[in-house]
Ligand binder design. Structure first.
Ligand code: TK8
Length: 329
């Protein structure tokens, strides 16, 4: 009798489903939204319906920063957001803020998915978070409402929204902009009301967040590659059965592959679409881009080196150099 009860309880436990939220900051009609929906579908399939993921977009659960706090506290289960906001918890995440670190997305995938990306991710559990995979946000470009940024001096006095991240604030102040940190969730309003003159994000986001409605100029600088990171609350994760953790990880990896492909395809079309929407696009000359790059290099040793640690920063740069020289390239 006792055994029968025990077995019945066990079976009920195995079948009972867990519903949980996956928060993200962009609109539902965005690369984040599309990948979140695919992720949720795969989670349901791979867990045989035990896990029911509910994607919640548009920063409805709060800014990246706020969601991160909720995950740590155990009040929210999962999210995807910028690694830039995580630097306050894991300073090594600042590696991904290094300007002009990657020349292309192959290099980014190589470092993010390799030992270094994993090493940095492995610092998260001690802070109450579990990192699953990196998604692509992409190469960032500038928009503003004052003038095309074609020369270094054009940054002067531009009220530029940057992510709440020390390196971004310093990098754009170094270029002469009036860089101010603001949560992405508040950005659209700040641009519409003129509280900010400009911002920087990949083409995809400029399109999906309709920044073209309030921003006239788009300057192609590709100044930094931003990853997003898929996170789970450690408090919640630790209570899942192993099979469900495995299903989540596998679904996350599939969502990553889908998201990167989708984001890259969209990025290739997005520039044309932004032009059609009326944005005035310019590319600074090689010489001017070099001046910007040289200025930004000032923050490498002092800012990024301090946070990441010089040995890890050098290791990352060495691995990239070796990757660039590999046979067949
Ligand atoms: C969306 C953000 C966004 C990031 C930013 O929540 O804040 O500018 O690029 O993608 O994570």
């Amino acid at each position: 009798m006792a055994l029968a009860l025990f077995m019945a309880a066990g079976a009920a436990l195995a079948q009972s489903s867990t519903t949980f939220k996956f928060g993200y900051g962009l609109q539902e009609d965005s690369n984040q939204g599309r990948a979140a929906r695919l992720f949720a579908e795969r989670v349901a399939q791979l867990s045989n319906g035990r896990l029911k993921m509910e994607p919640v977009g548009g920063a409805k659960l709060g800014s990246d920063d706020k969601m991160q706090g909720a995950l740590v506290a155990g009040g929210q289960e999962m999210m995807v957001g910028s690694t830039a906001t995580l630097v306050s918890l894991v300073k090594e995440m600042a590696l991904w803020d290094a300007p002009f670190l990657f020349n292309n997305t192959d290099e980014a995938d190589f470092l993010l998915d390799g030992a270094i990306g994993q090493q940095i991710m492995s610092k998260l559990p001690a802070k109450g978070l579990v990192g699953l995979v990196y998604w692509e946000n992409g190469f960032r470009n500038l928009t503003n409402n004052k003038r095309p940024i074609s020369r270094l001096d054009d940054f002067n006095g531009i009220k530029l929204r940057v992510m709440p991240n020390d390196t971004f604030i310093k990098a754009f102040k170094t270029l002469g902009a009036d860089a101010q940190p603001l949560a992405f969730a508040e950005l659209a309003d700040a641009l519409r009301t003129g509280k900010m003159d400009g911002q920087e994000n990949p083409f995809n986001t400029i399109l999906s967040s309709k920044f073209y409605e309030s921003q006239k100029y788009l300057s192609i600088t590709n100044h930094v590659y931003s990853p997003w990171i898929v996170l789970a609350s450690k408090k919640w994760w630790d209570g899942l059965q192993k099979a469900d953790q495995d299903a989540l990880l596998k679904a996350a990896q599939e969502s990553r592959d889908f998201e990167r492909k989708d984001t890259r395809e969209e990025a290739r079309r997005a520039l044309n679409q932004l032009t059609e929407k009326g944005m005035q696009v310019n590319v600074p000359t090689f010489g001017e881009l070099s001046r910007m790059r040289n200025r930004m290099d000032r923050i490498y040793a002092r800012d990024i080196g301090d946070k990441v640690g010089l040995s890890l920063l050098l290791e990352a740069q060495n691995q990239l150099m070796a990757y660039r020289q590999r046979p067949g390239r």
